[in-house]
Design a protein around this ligand. Structure first.
Ligand code: MLT
Ligand code: MN
Ligand code: ZN
Length: 295
């Protein structure tokens, strides 16, 4: 199985259009790499690709990766797109994939409802782009030679659908992780996860590689940095650090482990930070745009 990181950053990207935080300033100045918003491509044969979440940056992300370029007049190696939630950073890129070239679109019924309720997505021809509902726990063919299964992970409804009261540990169809298997290796992609539960740990126990929510280093990082008023958990994202964080909670998982969906405030973006050193010391890597991982 081959993976290509299309976008390692969380919603907003790095730099984010309106942010002058140290990371965004450094990315703007070229001192650290910039990063597009959350998306990962996977292929069993190195020819056909499935895009896991379609970010608002997908046009530039496809342009940057020759494996995703058309091979003839009106063509794409993108065989399918799978959505893991209805957040803007994961669905808005569908609008750039209009233009009448077929691919298959997989998502749970609840996520497809988000698209169905927003008529702008009808610009993506339903005749050319079949919307295929998938059920949690039921394997399906994501592309020839690759089976996928989605499973619920604790999360919340998309930000633009939040009401006055927001449940951040919803377990259902609105936020899912995906298990990918080519019959040889097993990988998991979980870009949004509010907490690591015993059910989640049992689900991912057979992983050869895990791509996991690396949004924030600290739960209160956005509050402390003056960039926001919400904790990570309120946003549906477990922090990397601390006793309840992902490094500690997933310490006994023996698999390749990569953080993806990283917010622009996260200190792991800085090559020389103590936080990045800690991530690598604990056996994790930090995704970057264009990174290739083969398992
Ligand atoms: C998230 O992952 O929390 C969302 O992408 C936030 C957003 O839509 O801005
Ligand atoms: Mn996001
Ligand atoms: Zn910033």
């Amino acid at each position: 199985m081959k993976f290509l990181v299309l976008g390692a950053a969380a919603g907003g990207g790095l730099p984010q259009w309106n942010c002058g935080c140290p990371n965004c300033a450094d990315a703007r100045a070229g001192k650290i790499a910039s990063s597009g918003q959350s998306s990962l491509a996977v292929s069993a044969d190195g020819v056909r690709w499935s895009v896991l979440n379609a970010s608002p940056d997908i046009r530039a992300q496809v342009q940057a990766l020759p494996a995703l370029h058309p091979r003839e007049l009106r063509d794409t190696p993108i065989h399918s797109v799978l959505l893991t939630n209805g957040d803007i950073d994961h669905i808005a890129g569908l609008l750039s994939l209009r233009e009448q070239t077929p691919f298959e679109l997989f998502a749970t019924g609840e996520i497809l409802n988000v698209l169905g309720e927003n008529r702008i997505f009808d610009a993506v021809s339903r005749e050319k782009v079949a919307r295929s509902p998938i059920s949690v726990g039921q394997a399906f063919e994501l592309q020839p030679g690759m089976q996928a299964t989605v499973f619920p992970v604790p999360g919340k409804v998309p930000l633009f659908m939040e009401g006055d009261v927001v449940q951040t540990d919803l377990v259902g169809e609105q936020t899912v992780g995906v298990r990918l298997s080519d019959g040889n290796k097993v990988a998991y992609y979980i870009p949004g996860c509010a907490m690591v539960t015993p059910e989640l740990k049992a689900q991912i126990a057979d992983a050869d590689h895990l791509f996991f929510d690396g949004t924030l280093w600290d739960d209160d990082e956005m509050i402390r940095s003056g960039t926001g008023i919400k904790t990570g958990r309120r946003m549906g994202h477990i922090p990397i650090s601390g006793p309840d964080g992902s490094i500690a909670q997933l310490a006994d998982l023996e698999a390749g482990k990569t953080f993806i969906h990283i917010n622009n405030t996260n200190p792991v973006w800085q090559p020389d930070s103590r936080e990045r050193a800690e991530v690598y010391a604990q056996g994790w890597t930090v995704a970057a745009d264009g990174m290739e991982i083969a398992i």
